[in-house]
Design a protein around this ligand. Structure first.
Ligand SMILES: *Cc1c(COP(=O)(O)O)cnc(C)c1O
Length: 339
């Protein structure tokens, strides 16, 4: 199967498996796992933040961030197609008891002006704004990149209003590579950042939260409350270290492959597709001659997997386990189906 459903389907590399096998471990709830500590130091340094925390998943990282930044009855400003709003099963309402204030972005990006307009006045009728969230790259918008200038402008608004800004940087390295900047330059536009080790970077499990030291200490308590205090987590962290040291730069290959796919889709009949939305490793298009579900069924018969992006679009995500010749086969299959 040519599996383009996500970059989460990537298998750990041989080097990761070896590092996991050989990992030096301890009890991380006591702060005694040397491999976890090494990963957290490395992650904090790469992002230019004081401290870092290994969490089980991106969702746990984002929710730990919301819990640590807010209290019940406050409001969080975010983009209406963001992962925190769309794909986390209302966790922010369930656990943090916050109200989410979704705003419509342009290709996933919120402007500084619209964020500032949404910040609440001090009025007894209104929930106090407690947090602003951004997502870069933006998943549902198609892996689109928020430019550094936009990030900086929103962060300035946050600072002016004394509000924290959390960046859902599940794919922050994809964003950094596409922009030609360091991930730390993007992280510098946020109070805290979550990023995934288990997507394009290929690690089997894990995400990282980075931020100020005292904030991470509080986040550690929330992680424990959520059941995310792990013991010999060095087994996981060892793969994370390999991910950060060997898998970041090669994400450029995934971008080039997504571009190749986009160029192939561009002229195809029976599709609605804007190739300019393809900036990183995600390609989203809408079939017009058949439903997205029917197209995915036909593709599956030909050995190709993608996912539905509701309401009626198809998403392909390139990743380290996908080659150029795989993508040639995908384009041939599509030609065959849509002809
Ligand atoms: C995948 C993803 C997450 C969540 O990560 P999980 O590890 O699947 O929980 C969060 N935000 C974005 C933008 C994502 O793409």
């Amino acid at each position: 199967m040519i599996d383009l459903r996500s970059d989460t389907v990537t298998r750990p590399t041989a080097e990761m498996r070896r590092a996991m096998y050989e990992a030096e471990v301890g009890d991380d709830v006591y702060g005694e796992d040397p491999t976890v500590n090494r990963l957290q130091e490395m992650a904090a340094e790469m992002m230019g933040k004081e401290d870092a925390l290994l969490v089980v998943s991106g969702t746990m990282g984002n929710q730990t961030a919301v819990l640590t930044h807010t209290r019940p009855g406050t409001e969080v400003i975010l983009e209406q197609d963001s992962h925190i709003f769309y794909y986390e099963a209302a966790a922010a309402s369930v656990f943090a008891g916050v109200q989410l204030r979704p705003l419509k972005g342009h290709r996933g990006a919120l402007s500084a002006e619209q964020v500032e307009e949404a910040i609440r006045e001090d009025d007894i009728h209104l929930p106090p704004t407690a947090l602003i969230c951004l997502e870069n790259t933006h998943n549902r918008a198609g892996g689109t990149v928020i430019p550094l200038k936009t990030m900086q402008a929103v962060y300035e608004v946050a600072l002016k209003h004394n509000l924290p800004l959390h960046l859902d940087g599940a794919r922050i390295f994809n964003a950094a590579i596409a922009l030609g900047v360091k991930a730390s330059e993007l992280a510098a536009c946020a109070t805290t950042v979550q990023f995934c080790l288990s997507k394009g970077l290929g690690a089997p499990i894990g995400s990282i939260l980075v931020g100020p030291r005292a904030w991470i200490a509080e986040a550690r308590r929330w992680r424990k409350r959520l059941g995310g205090g792990m013991r010999q987590a060095g087994i996981i962290a060892a793969a994370g270290i390999v991910a950060l040291t060997t898998m970041v730069d090669r994400l450029a290959e995934d971008h080039a492959n997504a571009r190749f796919l986009a160029d192939g889709l561009a002229g195809m009949p029976g599709l609605e597709f804007d190739p300019s939305t393809v900036e990183t490793n995600i390609v989203i298009f809408k079939p017009v001659s058949m439903s997205a579900n029917a197209l995915l069924e036909e593709l599956k018969k030909r050995g190709v997997l993608g996912v539905i992006m509701e309401p009626d679009r198809v998403r392909f995500t390139t990743n380290k386990d996908i080659t150029r010749s795989d993508l040639e086969k995908v384009l041939t299959a599509l030609h065959d189906i849509l002809r």
